[in-house]
Write a protein that binds this ligand. Structure first.
Ligand code: FES
Length: 358
């Protein structure tokens, strides 16, 4: 056989015919009776050890039951966390650092409870449920009545083959685990209260507290703030090593910008500034995201969470987005050493504080 015939034999029948004609092959057409894409079918079924050894099946059953039982214990641990850990207890965990003991415990126990239910179900399916391979031809999307009846029959078969009726230990522990997980949601209701009352009204800012640059950790001076820049500051004395740093900075974070004094439209804003340097809370009054985008030509700052936009040249008025209130302004001055200092705390609560505004 020639090499040309060899190459044509490797093509499907129609392509082989066209190829031969295109090359002037005349009657030298190679015909194929075999389907080149024949369905190879399913490989022979191999039974698992659990299918032929009842002791292995029992071991798998106990493993599944153990995972469901551990899931129940993890859920109990989740609920117990609320009793054991005070809400403000901080622990050191390597390599994360300082974290809330309550949050850590809640995350670990709930994650474990859900994981063990999933792992138990997967192990059950892989070792004890029927693993007979089934070929299912494609069919129209709309299900015919007889198909629906078949689905119901298959479902009943599946329930029978899963041995959920026979494996009572698995069934009971699985129902127990599934029934207990929602209890986690019930205890979470505690997190809905109490209201923060005046906690957002008081921050660490006070008269005479220096504005500390959060990048350099040095006191900020007026000459450090140039027009167009955006600087973040914290109150003097608040260090990252403080155990309540996250809580305090979440209220006291302040952004500093410098605007030409003649461009400041709000009279109080001008009085509370130093040569056009203004200090505003960095915490969005919508739901409290940190604001971080400043547009120097328009003096607008944008909250990245839901696009609330505030005009820093006009009392941080809301000009776009869902925020309901301007950003609180911090009154600032310059002390005898030439450093910027606060002249008191914010006059309004920072962040959303909807419960205090009426
Ligand atoms: S938190 Fe800022 S816009 Fe929603």
């Amino acid at each position: 056989m020639s090499s040309q015939e060899n190459s044509e034999e490797n093509l499907p029948a129609e392509q082989g015919t066209a190829h031969a004609a295109a090359h002037g092959g005349g009657t030298a057409v190679v015909q194929h009776d075999e389907d080149p894409f024949a369905d190879p079918g399913l490989p022979a079924h191999k039974p698992r050890i659990q299918d032929i050894d009842e002791r292995a099946a029992k071991r798998s059953e106990r493993s599944v039951a153990l995972m469901f039982t551990l899931s129940m214990l993890a859920t109990i641990g989740f609920i117990a966390s609320f009793v054991i850990f005070p809400i403000d207890k901080i622990v050191y965990v390597w390599p994360i650092g300082h974290v809330s003991a309550l949050n850590l415990s809640l995350g670990l126990t709930l994650g474990l409870a859900l994981f063990l239910i999933g792992a138990g179900a997967v192990h059950w399916a892989r070792t004890l449920m029927s693993d007979v391979e089934v070929a299912d031809d494609r069919h129209p999307i709309e299900a015919a009545p007889e198909v629906k009846a078949k689905v119901l029959a298959d479902f009943a078969d599946g329930a029978r083959e899963s041995a959920i009726g026979r494996r009572k230990l698995i069934r009971n522990t699985m129902f127990g685990a599934l029934a207990m997980v929602p209890l986690s949601g019930v205890v979470l209701l505690r997190e809905l209260g109490p209201l923060p009352e005046d906690k957002l009204r008081k921050t660490l800012w006070a008269k005479g507290k220096l504005l500390i640059n959060m990048n350099t950790n040095e006191p900020l001076r007026p000459e450090d703030v140039v027009v167009g820049s955006l600087t973040f500051v914290k109150p003097e004395g608040l260090e990252e090593s403080n155990h309540d740093f996250n809580n305090e900075i979440a209220k006291a974070a302040v952004m500093i910008v410098r605007i030409q004094p003649e461009e400041i439209k709000d009279k109080r804003e001008l009085e509370w500034s130093v040569d056009g340097i203004v200090a505003y809370s960095k915490i969005c009054t919508h739901v409290g995201c940190p604001i971080s985008l400043y547009e120097q030509q328009t003096h607008h700052v944008l909250c990245p969470c839901h696009q609330s936009t505030f005009d820093l040249s006009d009392g941080a008025r809301v000009i776009f987005g869902p925020a309901g209130h301007p950003l609180p302004q911090l009154r600032i001055g310059v002390n005898a050493e030439g450093n910027l200092e606060a002249l008191g705390d914010f006059e309004e609560p920072v962040g959303p504080a909807f419960w205090e505004r009426g």
